[in-house]
Design a protein. Sequence first.
Length: 335
Amino acid sequence: MRRALQLAASGPWPDPNPRVGCVLVGPDGSVVGEGHHRGAGSPHAEIEALEAAGAAAQGASAFVTLEPCSHTGRTGPCADALIEAGVTSVVFAQSDPNPDAAGGAERLHAAGVRVTGGVLAEEAAALNARWARTVALGRPLVTWKLATTLDGRSAAADGTSQWITGEAARADVHTLRATRDAVLVGTGTVLADDPRLTVRMPDGGLAPHQPLRVVMGLRPVPRDARVAATPTEVLHLATRDPREALESLWQRGVRDVWLEGGPTLAAAFLRAGLVDDVYAYVAPAFLGGGRPAVGDLGVESIGGLRRLDLDEVVVVGNDVRIHAVPRADARAANR
């Protein structure tokens, strides 16, 4: 199973599907096939392992990091493929939390295959923690990133905001941005800051993985905007409704959103309870005026303070990166 976990870890995230690894072991204890899921639309780990094993899959035992699926999506049910290949035993780590795909263990058992579940389940769950959260929520995860001064300002009185934080912090943002499959801003940010929204390497070149760049809002994106000038896709969602925007992205297979919008868009997502993580880059500086980091949240007294749970504080260059998570009760109250 540990080898299957190693294989699973090489799979992609973000992706609509979980990362899964599979190892087929013959009756003599030798490995006859291995596989892992390489992304949406590609063969599942079990199918890849079965193809590698060929006829040697007959009588083999399968070790899989996630319960084999029992539904037909872009590919057929893995449980059926294991049965048809003559696999006699299936050991899996994590039960499938997706109700649309669960039930493979029962299907295998009904066909006479020996099934054991829960082996190294915690390790397997950790590999797919963010995917499992999207399944539970039924929407993409949203990480809000902000850069602010000590007095909570994201721009000066004249609207300028480049740069509040230093070069090291900005490079750190690009590293984290690359781990999401979409970066989202409002049309106001495009008009005010003219960002590219790409992931760039330290030398200034484009990184191999580029998240889908998304602009939401009713105003059109100017043709001469920098976000429209780069070769990768830009999606314009003509809505101001965060839920509608996330539903559109979910339907496109987006599962992890990096929110870099201004104070108005950030406030809209926070008020709707649609922020799952916050990365705040705080510069040891003061502006004393200018644009706040977040807009009106409807808080009228200290009793309405929106508290977050602190996860990590890291010094990045001359700035501080704070990772915090909105409390579950606050998010639930707004769903």
